[in-house]
Design a protein. Structure first.
Length: 413
């Protein structure tokens, strides 16, 4: 054929559906409109025959649980509830027809079918099974299990917070760890819930160590991240178990404070007290707490210690070994140690001070170990109307500051 044939689509008119009428041709732009009409007609077939769209919308607005399927109605609440559980009672069961959307109306006229639907909806609404299903649905929306678990976790967390605050207060006030069980009993008597665990003195020790670790970690992280300048002070000591150890303190000026702050970093035991072991232990401890070598090279300003030969020795002391690794490091002889040595020299060379020290030592020996003598001294002081300071040892092995505090403040050793 020389000419192309253009196919035309036909639209069936209402007259053609009834057996008559003519066939009207439509262009391609009307195909979408016809498809939408076809879908609407298919959707209308799901509505019960006795209702139209407006009536269905009105019923669903009044009864939100009504669902429609294949020209029949059902209940979405009963469909979502498989069983009544604890709400089950004798004679109360879920209607399977309402669950499976099989409720239909029988009647010759539309008015009779509509009346049957109204009666069935009314009876189902007031049935005990439907009310129980509504209660179950409302309870499930509140998520009781999830809320119960959340509340339990919150309660445990709050009790743990209270225990941690109590342990922190014990550490701040310098009280022994054995105070925690007594304080826990006191809190329970006052109506404060602190749980049933973490109340022994072992738990108090572990919690205090954890708090100290977290506070130290936070401080070190802030110092390293902000690249604050650092000073390190160490001093040898002996533990209660007669083991050699040394204390590591750091001195740093934080941004929120105007003056530099001294902080105890760690207490480390030593297997040997020579300069090499002390140096290696110090660097390992600083690295373990987060002060890596690059940070120390750029920001470690000073190192302070006492005047012992293994510390300040020119050839093989700790200060010399640190200076070899960190050339910019400033070495300081601890001012407290120097003051202590100066006071000791003055006491030894000044006879009047020696007489005073000897006098106070005799008083200390007379009254410190004899409750009877202390009682008689207090009676004499009360009769004279004066106050007696607590007697302690002056200018002994303790720091000079302790001796000054002992001499000035009443009742302080």
């Amino acid at each position: 054929m020389d000419k192309w044939v253009t196919k035309r689509r036909r639209e069936v008119t209402p007259e053609e559906e009834n057996g008559g009428g003519s066939i009207k041709c439509v262009s391609g732009e009307n195909i979408t409109t016809l498809r939408c009409a076809s879908r609407a007609k298919t959707a209308d077939c799901h509505i019960p025959k006795c209702w139209n769209k407006e009536q269905l919308t009105e019923k669903q607005r009044e009864y939100e649980w009504i669902v429609v399927e294949n020209g029949k109605i059902g209940c979405s609440v009963c469909k979502a509830c498989s069983n009544l559980g604890p709400h089950t009672s004798q004679g109360v069961t879920l209607n399977r027809d309402w669950q499976e959307c099989k409720i239909e109306a029988q009647g010759e006229s539309i008015q009779i079918q509509q009346r049957q639907f109204r009666v069935k909806i009314f009876k189902h609404k007031n049935s005990e099974a439907h009310k129980a299903a509504l209660i179950i649905q409302k309870t499930s929306l509140n998520e009781p299990i999830e809320n119960a678990i959340t509340n339990q976790i919150k309660l445990v967390s709050q009790s743990t917070y209270r225990v941690f605050r109590t342990v922190y207060n014990i550490c701040k006030t310098g009280r022994p760890f054995t105070d925690l069980p007594h304080l826990a009993n006191l809190l329970e008597l006052n109506g404060v819930e602190i749980g049933r665990v973490l109340q022994s003195y072992h738990s108090c020790a572990d919690i205090s160590m954890h708090i100290a670790h977290m506070m130290r970690q936070k401080l070190v992280t802030e110092i390293v991240s902000k690249k604050l300048k650092l000073g390190v002070m160490i001093d040898e000591s002996t533990s209660v178990g007669k083991n050699s150890a040394f204390v590591i303190c750091i001195r740093v000026q934080l941004e929120e404070s105007e003056d530099a702050t001294s902080v105890l970093l760690d207490l480390v035991e030593l297997s040997k007290t020579n300069a090499t072991d002390i140096t290696n232990t110090l660097l390992q401890t600083l690295d373990a707490h987060g002060f890596h070598e690059l940070y120390l090279t750029e920001n470690w300003l000073s190192f302070a210690c006492d005047g012992a030969s293994n510390m300040l020795g020119r050839k093989a002391g700790v200060a010399s070994k640190l200076r070899e690794k960190f050339p910019k490091l400033i070495i300081l002889h601890c001012c407290n140690h120097r003051l202590e040595l100066a006071v000791n020299d003055v006491v030894n060379e000044t006879s009047s001070v020696c007489h005073m020290k000897s006098f106070f030592d005799k008083l200390y020996r007379l009254y410190s170990a004899s409750p009877k003598n202390c009682s008689e001294l207090n009676e004499c002081a009360a009769s004279l109307g004066v106050q007696v300071n607590k007697i302690g040892r002056l200018l002994g092995v303790r720091w000079v500051a302790s001796s000054a505090r002992l001499a000035k403040l009443p009742g302080v050793a």
